[in-house]
Design a protein around this ligand. Structure first.
Ligand SMILES: [Zn+2]
Length: 408
């Protein structure tokens, strides 16, 4: 890792907590609908991973209320909190679902208050105080989210938090539009920390692709908790991806969280499958290319020492190292793969020429399996060691479906 890690900014932070909103904000991503069974599986995985709080929204449908009741009764390690509008009947629904806490929310920016709620700042605050009291009278712990806090008058945000401070567990200053930079996030959170005693939970959107960076900046400024989703799914461009924030905290800031990092890829693959939101190949940490090497210089370096082009062992996050073969491939990785499968070297230049021709004609790189298929079925390229190939027979299952590979 780089010697320029800014660990000093985190030196007084023994840990931070994670609020997983994959099942609430994540499902609000246009096009995403999880089934109740999928939500239960994702909640169980999230809890096993080590998130502290899982957010759901029981008021949106009857099935969501049934689900919330079920999740509340499962005895998960993660606490289930119900995201709830400032309405008595919604808070009562949350109580009926058996949750121990509600996350109440209201906007704080004048823009939202004027055009959306058509009320002033004072009325907004009074409504919030009333509903916090109402929730507490029903035995609920209260978390409070200030929607669009980062576009609100910061003096109002500070006043709002302080008026609630004795009644709520933590406040969530939402960057609803994802419109801060890391430096602005740091200043914003620092100012809140200087003026408010209430713990803060970051909830940052990704409209400018800065959600991970802004979350790290906010945590370094003193926020105690962050909210995010697996794969970063969420409204519009999404939320802070839990897998990125946790891994960056671990490797770039020296904050070891009490989570099972090796579950990250498995959970993100499940979210990808159930949400239908395809992960981009070059998605950090869990993307297919995150630990894939093709160019000759990189692949050769990784063979000699993985640290040359990998920040950490891919297994740490449940990933695996892959090599691809194409126009940038060098002889080093080809030799390495041949030796790995016990194949004789043959003429490496000729083999590389064929691999490059094929990948160019296909407009994509070849996988390790495809290269082995190619080489072991072209005797002019290589002579097989039969017993080795039998040992690796599972690597050549696609021959019938890839006749082109045989006809070079
Ligand atoms: Zn959000």
């Amino acid at each position: 890792m780089s010697p320029f890690k800014y660990t000093y900014m985190f030196k007084n932070k023994p840990k931070c907590l994670i609020c997983d909103t994959t099942l609430r904000d994540g499902e609000q991503m246009p096009g995403v609908v999880f089934s109740p069974e999928e939500k239960i599986e994702l909640a169980v995985k999230s809890s096993e991973f080590g998130t502290d709080i899982i957010e759901v929204m029981p008021t949106i449908s009857i099935s969501e209320r049934i689900l919330t009741k079920e999740l509340s009764n499962m005895g998960l390690n993660s606490e289930i909190t119900a995201s709830t509008m400032l309405k008595k009947e919604h808070i009562e629904m949350a109580v009926d679902c058996g949750v121990s806490s509600v996350t109440l929310f209201t906007p704080l920016s004048d823009l939202h208050l004027k055009y959306k709620l058509k009320i002033g700042r004072e009325e907004n605050l009074n409504r919030a105080l009333d509903m916090v009291d109402f929730s507490k009278e029903h035995g609920l712990k209260v978390y409070f989210a200030g929607e669009d806090s980062t576009r609100a008058d910061i003096n109002y945000v500070i006043q709002f938090i302080n008026e609630l401070s004795n009644k709520i567990e933590y406040f969530i200053p939402c960057d609803t539009l994802g419109c801060l930079t890391p430096f602005a996030t740091y200043s914003f959170i620092k100012k809140l920390k200087e003026n408010c005693k209430t713990p803060l939970c970051l909830h940052i959107h990704n409209d400018f692709g800065l959600s991970t960076a802004n979350t790290l900046a906010g945590l370094s400024a003193g926020a105690e908790i962050f909210s995010g989703t697996f794969c970063g799914i969420g409204e519009r461009a999404g939320n802070a991806p839990i897998e990125e924030v946790c891994t960056a905290l671990r490797f770039l800031n020296g904050i070891e969280l009490s989570v099972n990092y090796s579950m990250l890829t498995e959970i993100c693959n499940l979210v990808e499958l159930y949400s239908g939101m395809k992960l981009q190949s070059h998605k950090p940490i869990v993307g297919e290319n995150a630990f894939t090497h093709e160019s000759g210089i990189h692949a050769d370096g990784v063979i000699k020492h993985p640290g040359t082009y990998e920040n950490f062992d891919p297994e740490f996050v449940g990933q695996e190292r892959r090599f691809l073969f194409g126009k940038h491939t060098g002889k080093g990785i080809l030799k390495h793969i041949l030796e790995k499968y016990g194949l004789l070297h043959g003429d490496l230049n000729n083999m590389l020429k064929r691999i490059k021709e094929l990948s160019e004609s296909y407009h994509h790189s070849l996988t390790e399996t495809e290269v082995i298929n190619l080489l072991t079925h072209n005797e002019d390229l290589i002579r097989m060691e039969v017993h080795e190939l039998e040992h690796h027979s599972s690597l050549t299952p696609d021959i019938q479906t890839q006749p082109d590979l045989l006809n070079l």
